[in-house]
Design a binder for this molecule. Structure first.
Ligand SMILES: C[S@@+](CC[C@H](N)C(=O)[O-])C[C@H]1O[C@@H](n2cnc3c(N)ncnc32)[C@H](O)[C@@H]1O
Length: 236
């Protein structure tokens, strides 16, 4: 009998990877670079401070980039080890499903859904919940992988073999996100999204490979067919 192939996008992988979230050269390294890049889209908080929900916050990698910004960082994730790590890094973290957020409507000034839509069977449910808990005038920041051959090639075929690239098996390309459907669905929920691409700086990545740098800048680009960022404001 042939040995069975491990299932792609298996949630148990996050328990096995628990020690990698905060490791500079670990298997989740690129997530830290992406977390830093999200700052670019973060609006200033309302006077007196704001609430930011980090949907599927993982190990809380966004925390250092929110420190001192005036946002209270609230996170949910379904991985127990990730939630515990996020809490250790100052996130008000709770275990919950991204498709059923345990919050009232319009509670948050900003909702970040980073690297989660491509991990769920129904991205529309997570999008709907993210929009529901966002206040009118609030900002939605999504990053995810587009449903294209290029995203499959860069994030799976090649990416899973690269240092700091996605861990093998973490992605199921069948769940990658159709860009038109994302924009259309968000529009129906009152959020008009603008899409841009995100790619690692080649220079920084070479330095990283040569051990001359520990971090890699993720640069915005016009090409949205790979890793993409979708940002919008909820209609008042
Ligand atoms: C690729 S990681 C991204 C983590 C974090 N957003 C970041 O960018 O560093 C995906 C995360 O989604 C979580 N996750 C997957 N499906 C989920 C669901 N249905 N509800 C909540 N969290 C989920 C996993 O446990 C994991 O922490």
């Amino acid at each position: 009998m042939l040995p069975s192939m491990p299932t792609r996008n298996d949630p148990r992988q996050y328990e096995e990877l628990a020690g990698e979230w905060w490791s500079d050269r670990g298997r989740l390294g690129m997530l830290r670079w992406i977390a830093e890049a999200r700052r670019r889209w973060l609006p200033p908080p309302p006077a007196g401070g704001g609430r930011l929900l980090d949907v599927a916050c993982g190990g809380g990698l966004l925390a250092p980039f929110l420190a001192g910004t005036g946002y209270q960082h609230v996170g949910i994730d379904r991985s127990p080890s990730a939630i515990s790590l996020a809490a250790q890094h100052g996130v008000r973290a709770a275990r919950a499903d991204a498709g059923r957020l345990p919050f009232r409507d319009a509670l948050f000034d900003v909702v970040v859904a980073g690297e989660i839509l491509e991990h769920v069977p129904d991205f529309r449910a997570v999008l709907a919940e993210s929009c529901r808990v966002l206040r009118p005038g609030g900002t939605l920041i999504i990053d995810t992988l587009a449903d294209t051959w290029w995203a499959r090639f860069t994030a799976v075929t090649v990416g899973e073999r690269l240092p700091a690239g996605p861990p093998p098996g973490i992605h199921d390309p069948g769940l990658f996100v159709d860009r038109s459907a994302l924009v259309e669905q968000a529009g129906r929920l009152g959020v008009s999204l603008t899409l841009s691409g995100l790619r690692p700086s080649a220079r920084d990545y070479l330095r990283f490979l040569c051990r001359r740098g520990e971090s890699v800048r993720m640069l915005p680009s016009r090409f949205t067919g790979g890793l993409l960022v979708a940002v919008g404001t909820k209609a008042a």
